[in-house]
Design a binder for this molecule. Structure first.
Ligand code: LMR
Length: 399
């Protein structure tokens, strides 16, 4: 026997929250856990643009024969342009390849396996805090990891100078995972000046960015949120970008993502892409088509694209409204609670500056489910539950 030597591993900390929430029978329960958008009714609905594109596919698709390890080429082209713009220098120079991947997670994994092939002892720097699966993926690919300071959870403060101090110790050829926008888990992003400074620093120090962009459109807008990826792709010779359509197309379970590779020359890019495709072939052969075909149709049809852009605007605005409402209500109900920083942050997530005991009280006594480190999904707040949530948090301060 060989299957008898293992002990059970714990749940992923994010998926655990969903599991606990689903098992809870309290009618007041609130889910502020996993990063999914919810509308004003608390539902994660299918976007109208997606429904229309799916209908179009049902009516027009004639075959489901194999594509290839790179997936849907029209999707790859559309996504690349959504990330970088139509005329980005790396596109004009033929130095970029986008490969469809099963979700942003799949894109990160392909990128990580590719790094292992390029340089087996690659060290990857990861922000503290981060999306916990960054560690899981990098270690599954056999890469070394090191944390850099990014955000003080207890104080609610972005640690830009500490981040730069830590990255100052990185060696040439090290890879830095950066959240392209809407940092998961803090919601705290670099300003444009800071991105410029970081890019110059990385250029001088020969550091390679691995940009993870899963929330494009949730901070300022689709184009505005691509500032960092466009800048780094222009100024640095080698870049990896893992992107996701889970959130901005609300296609979570369809697993639609990509890995985009920028190499120093067109010739090297062709060689590098061939290695990525070999990785794909050996893991899952080729990605599932449906979600990518939907995205490709939306992005290449003017009317559907405009409708989708409006739907993204609506999602972004609602999350921002919930940030402001939460902060306003907390200021009224517990004036010294100090949650004002939440209104300034981006995307779905922020940390609540609460103690471990306070967090457990909210989970256990009030059935408000979020990560044990304090990360909340602001998109889980609605006009209907915000009073329950803010009253419960205020009770911790006023008792
Ligand atoms: C999250 O951070 O909650 C999302 O990215 C979902 C996930 O897969 O963890």
């Amino acid at each position: 026997m060989i299957f008898d030597g293992l002990s059970e591993v714990g749940d992923d900390p994010i998926l655990l929250v969903t599991k606990m929430y689903s098992a809870c029978i309290d009618p007041n329960k609130v889910d502020l856990g996993v990063g999914v958008y919810k509308d004003a009714n608390g539902d994660t609905v299918i976007l109208d643009s997606v429904k229309k594109a799916e209908q179009h596919l049902v009516n027009s698709q004639k075959t489901k024969t194999y594509l290839s390890p790179s997936g849907n080429v029209e999707y790859n082209d559309c996504v690349q342009k959504l990330l970088l713009g139509d005329d980005h220098p790396v596109i004009l120079q033929g130095r970029v390849t986008t490969i469809q991947a099963p979700g942003g997670t799949g894109g990160i994994r392909i990128g990580a396996d590719f790094l292992k092939i390029c340089k087996p002892d690659t060290k990857v720097w990861i922000s503290d805090p981060t999306w916990p699966n960054h560690y899981g993926i990098m270690s599954s690919s056999g890469l070394q990891t090191e944390a850099y300071r990014y955000y003080d959870i207890k104080k609610g403060e972005f640690l830009y100078s500490e981040m730069m101090e830590d990255l100052n110790t990185a060696q040439a050829g090290d890879v830095i995972i950066l959240h392209g926008c809407c940092h998961n888990a803090s919601g705290a992003d670099l300003t444009r000046e800071q991105w410029n400074e970081l890019t110059n620093f990385m250029s001088k120090r020969d550091l390679v960015p691995f940009l993870d962009i899963a929330y494009q459109g949730f901070s300022e807008g689709i184009i505005e949120d691509s500032y960092a990826i466009r800048l780094m792709s222009e100024k640095l010779p080698e870049v990896l970008i893992a992107s996701s359509c889970s959130k901005n197309f609300a296609m979570y379970r369809d697993r639609v993502g990509a890995i985009t590779l920028v190499s120093s020359t067109a010739e090297l890019n062709k060689i590098n892409a061939s290695h990525m495709l070999k990785v794909v072939r050996s893991i899952y052969s080729m990605p599932p088509d449906h979600g990518a075909a939907v995205v490709a149709h939306i992005l290449s049809d003017d009317a559907l694209r405009n409708q989708w852009m409006r739907e993204v605007d609506e999602m972004r605005s609602r999350v921002k409204e919930m940030r402001n409402l939460f902060v306003k209500k907390m200021a009224e109900k517990a004036p010294n609670s100090g949650f004002g920083y939440i209104a300034e942050q981006n995307g779905m997530f922020s940390f609540l500056t609460l103690s471990a005991d306070q967090i457990q009280t909210l989970i256990k006594d009030y059935s408000i489910y979020f990560m044990a480190n304090g990360r909340v999904n602001i998109a889980g707040l609605t006009e209907d539950n915000v009073d329950y949530v803010t009253d419960s948090i205020a009770a911790l301060f006023n008792s």
